[in-house]
Write a protein that binds this ligand. Structure first.
Ligand code: NDP
Ligand code: HSE
Length: 426
């Protein structure tokens, strides 16, 4: 019988402390926790780590004689996390990480180190969609398929905020605070609310599905910072909710289109049912058709589940390199236009004669046709009124031109926000 694999964990926060606790309770046969690292050696982690060696400098885990597998759960795009992972790979030690920021930003050097010769496992199931095994689904389960599109919800914090604004009528900041308290948000929550975290995850999935090197510069990215309680209420009036939707679509010779954007989603769609910190991924492929995966996308338990699965794979000798090949051998990503869509256009319109006529004229002049319009009545003293247009299908270029022209009419309108309308066919 082969000896137990000795595990060293760097990072004992929301995720790391739960991974440590599960390893200590024997959750992964053949894995034994020997060393841990964090900034503060004295902090109570809710788990008895007195039998494990505490290492002050996480990078020492890469060269430690009592560590066979390094588990990086500190986070951060570069710095200590990247130094540790690179050192471990260089030393030939398999690595498990949940760090999508690092993988998306340093896919080139990490894929060189992991996919080169010798190949060194670099496992990252926890980096995308928390506890849902989407990496395994895309890379292994669908290996014989041709994937045409990936779409879904890849950030638990944004989904939690939008759900809580909708159901509990919380303000944005209050909902974000709850997400932070529950351990869903990144150390810097701007990464969540700006859509960056979802985009990082999308580029990682896209590398597996389409063999395209991760490139954040080519993701069309809009966050949820501008979504107000008023938008949630307007959406409700259209029997819809707002969701941050990530989508990567293979467009043949044109390459792959990547987009992360808040969308108006009809309540009777599957996507609208994905609430709180849940994530979901729809994979469209031939010959299988369409697969929809849903589950907890953030939080200590969900993420620990994925990390433990990766540790188990490595212990059993199933560990895989970061990608099939170094990113230098992959296709390049490219900027492309969003698909035609209906749009939700919200603005504050001056409460004076002619402003509605002017706004509709601007839309018409830019080739944007209106399907529905809602104007809320004014409160005493308001000089601008909230108005929403739902447009017919139009090209993104026409929509952008119309929004630009509306924004230029500062005397009659401001606070213009345009969101695509999601349809099940997207
Ligand atoms: P936390 O902030 O809760 O924990 C980070 C841990 O890393 C802490 O224990 C901290 O030590 C330690 N740490 C940070 N910097 C250093 C350093 N320089 N030297 C040593 N230790 C350090 O983060 P999470 O557990 O939430 O996230 C960890 C990783 O998992 C991140 O990459 C995140 O993106 C990813 N992830 C998180 C999910 C979640 O739901 N939370 C879901 C999916 C992925 P100390 O405690 O002493 O300060
Ligand atoms: N902050 C991330 C989220 C953690 O909310 O989805 C899981 O990756």
């Amino acid at each position: 019988m082969s000896a137990d694999k000795r595990i060293g964990i760097a990072g004992l926060g929301t995720v790391g402390s739960q991974v440590a606790a599960r390893l200590l309770s024997g959750a992964v046969p053949g894995a034994v926790l020997t060393a841990v690292s964090a900034r503060d050696a004295s902090r109570d982690r809710g788990v008895d780590l007195s039998g494990q060696r505490f290492v002050s400098n996480p990078q020492d885990l890469a060269s430690a004689d009592d560590v066979d597998v390094v588990v990086e759960l500190m986070g951060g795009e570069g710095g200590v996390a990247l130094d540790l992972v690179q050192a471990a790979l260089k030393a030939g030690k398999p690595v498990v990480t949940a760090n999508k920021a690092m993988l998306a930003a340093h896919a080139d050097s990490l894929s060189e180190a992991s996919c080169g010769s010798p190949r060194v496992p670099l496992a990252f199931e926890a980096a995308v969609a928390g506890g849902i095994p989407v990496i395994k689904a895309v890379r292994e389960g669908m290996a014989g398929n041709e994937i045409s599109r990936l779409s879904g919800i890849l950030n638990g914090t944004c989904n939690y905020i939008l759900s809580r604004m909708e159901v509990a009528k919380l303000g944005f900041e209050e909902a974000l605070k709850e997400a932070q308290d529950k351990g869903f948000a990144e150390a810097d929550p701007f990464l969540d609310v700006s859509g960056t975290d979802a985009a990082q995850k999308l580029t990682i999935l896209s590398a597996l599905a389409f063999d395209v090197a991760p490139d954040m510069a080519h993701v069309s990215l809009t966050g949820i910072e501008q979504i107000s309680a008023q938008d949630i209420s307007f959406a409700d009036g259209f029997d819809s909710v707002i969701r941050l939707v990530a989508m990567a679509e293979h467009r043949g010779a044109q390459g792959v289109f990547h987009q992360v954007v808040p969308m108006l989603v009809k309540k009777n769609t599957t996507l609208a049912q994905v609430s709180n910190e849940l994530n979901a991924l729809k994979i469209e492929a031939e010959p299988v058709g369409s697969i929809f995966l849903q589950g907890p996308g953030a939080g200590g338990g969900a993420t620990a589940s994925a990390v433990l699965g990766d540790i188990s794979d490595i212990v059993q000798g199933f560990g895989r390199a970061l990608f099939r090949a170094p990113t230098s051998g992959m296709k390049e990503s490219a900027t492309q236009n969003a698909p035609d869509s209906e749009y939700y256009v919200r603005l504050a319109l001056a409460d004076k004669p002619g402003s509605m006529a002017k706004a509709t004229q601007i839309l018409a002049e830019n080739g944007v046709s209106i399907e529905e319009v809602v104007q809320r009545s004014s409160q005493a003293g308001d000089s601008f009124l909230p108005v929403v247009f739902i447009t017919h299908h139009c090209e993104i270029s026409a929509l952008r031109a119309a929004v630009g022209a509306l924004e230029a009419q500062k005397d009659i309108c401001n606070e213009v926000l345009a969101l695509p309308v999601f349809t099940e066919e997207m």
